[in-house]
Design a protein around this ligand. Structure first.
Ligand code: GDP
Ligand code: MG
Length: 329
């Protein structure tokens, strides 16, 4: 069964559980999590590192047999969720940063901003350093330039490939840095010291209810992803200012025999923003609608009918009542 089919089969259950609530920092959680009767640690971890630093290998090592891979198609604007690790004590939702960070872009401001935002949207940022790099300079420059406000774990990877001395030098170097909350050296490929890393991660996670119920790991609410896909297209099609002031609410999601009818509101703060989204003669929203529809159809594997409305709600970001209405809390 594909992820999409699973999502459909269980959609009813997910909807019964609520649309998914948004915590601070733009994180969603299912409102009902049956095993949330005791205090757990729960949160988002985002991994950043140059190509080949070992991000994928680390993900696999962390998730191990408990792996609950979310289809690679599941990518949200804020979180490209790669896996969810749930035990009785914690739930860690692991993502990697959007965009491939080629070294030549390392100090490219816009790229850095995107990476920074993604990382700061998580509870813990993992910055991966490749010990086979000749020294720590390049990693350090990038890590420092990010100026992250969330706890940072610097993970020095590939200990199996280098001498003890290089590992120790790198570790003590990173530990001295202001941006570094903790540092650990691991071999992702040999699964060495990954438990130590897990411990450091959970220590830094906030206490709270799990975002996803244990049995429901593949039940990520379809509406959530549909909303995020629309948001993703807004990011692609409009200047930065617009997406920042925009939220998307999926108001209707109805499966019909031939297609799925989806109606979503795009909420902006000002009339001028509404004008920009709509575009001249409605061309903007038309392009957005088509782009989003293609993406959602690919995701659902079904034809959809997508209806988008733009609504102005001044200060939706600051307004408590609106935030509640939109499922934020
Ligand atoms: P990504 O691009 O950051 O996702 O990196 P990958 O996880 O795909 O790893 C890139 C390469 O480094 C692959 O050939 C991995 O097998 C290798 N690699 C990753 N972690 C380790 C490690 O701990 N030790 C060694 N020797 N190789 C590793
Ligand atoms: Mg990879």
């Amino acid at each position: 069964m594909t992820l999409h089919q699973t999502l459909f089969r269980k959609r009813k259950r997910v909807e019964d559980a609520g649309l998914g609530k948004k915590r601070s920092k733009g994180l969603y959680t299912l409102s009902l999590a049956p095993h949330a009767l005791y205090i757990m640690k729960a949160g988002f971890v985002n991994i950043f590192g140059k190509p080949n630093a070992g991000k994928s290998t680390l993900l696999n090592a962390l998730l191990g047999e408990k792996l609950a891979i979310i289809s690679s198609k599941v990518q949200t604007t804020r979180h490209r969720i790669k896996g969810i690790l749930t035990t009785k004590e914690y739930q860690i939702i692991i993502s990697d940063t959007p965009g491939i960070i080629e070294p030549k872009y390392k100090l490219h401001e816009k790229m850095m901003t995107a990476v920074k935002e993604a990382l700061e949207d998580a509870d813990v940022a993992i910055l991966l350093h490749d010990l086979t790099d000749k020294d720590t300079t390049e990693s350090h420059e990038i890590f420092a330039a990010l100026k992250l406000k969330v706890p940072v774990l610097v993970v020095c990877n590939k200990t199996d490939k280098v001498g003890k001395e290089r590992t120790e030098t790198a570790l003590s170097f990173f530990k001295q840095q202001q941006y570094c909350t903790g540092a650990v050296a691991i071999s992702a490929i040999k699964n060495q010291h990954t438990d130590e890393l897990l411990k450091k991660i959970t220590d830094l996670l906030p206490e709270g209810q799990p975002f996803f119920a244990e049995d429901d790991i593949t039940d990520l609410p379809v509406r959530f992803f549909v909303g995020e896909m629309i948001r993703e297209k807004i990011y692609e099609l409009y200047e930065e200012e617009i997406p920042y002031h925009t939220t998307v609410l999926v108001q209707e999601f109805k499966e019909k025999s031939t297609l799925v009818k989806i109606q979503a509101d795009i909420i902006v703060q000002r009339d001028t923003q509404k004008g920009i989204i709509l575009g001249e003669k409605g061309q903007g929203i038309k392009t957005l609608g088509m782009a989003a529809r293609t993406e959602i159809e690919k995701f659902l594997g079904r034809k959809i009918f997508l209806e988008l409305f733009v609504k102005v709600k001044p200060k939706w970001r600051d307004n408590d009542t609106h935030l509640k209405e939109y499922g934020y809390h």
